[in-house]
Design a protein around this ligand. Structure first.
Ligand code: SF4
Ligand code: SF4
Length: 96
């Protein structure tokens, strides 16, 4: 059965998955340094107090570095269990 994800909000303006921890990987050098933070020796996207990525526009919920976003963000797939958990407000504790 095809998962059309028609029951989900549009990604533009959702941004729930942008409240998950995003680890940076080799190849993510385009991410501005001021948006990065180190956790236990691992470079990650910095987050605001509510967990939102600092690159997420708090008014529009759009990514402000879309063309430079990390590979993890590029790989995140709409309609997956992780997406649905994020939309439901249950992002869990694990990094995506
Ligand atoms: S992938 Fe899912 S959680 Fe992320 S913006 Fe799109 S609908 Fe929202
Ligand atoms: S870099 Fe952009 S797409 Fe990735 S979590 Fe931050 S706001 Fe979302």
């Amino acid at each position: 059965m095809t998962n059309t994800a028609d029951d989900l909000p549009a990604c533009a303006g959702c941004g729930r998955c942008c409240h998950l921890t995003v680890e940076l990987r080799p190849g993510d050098e385009a991410v501005p340094a001021e948006y990065q933070i180190w956790h236990d020796g691992v470079a990650c996207m910095d987050q605001r107090g509510d967990g939102a990525c600092v690159a997420l526009d708090p008014a529009t919920f759009l990514c402000t570095i879309y063309d430079r976003r990390p590979q993890t963000c590029r790989d995140f797939t709409r309609g997956t269990d992780r997406c649905r958990q994020a939309v439901a407000g249950r992002p869990g504790k694990a990094a995506r």
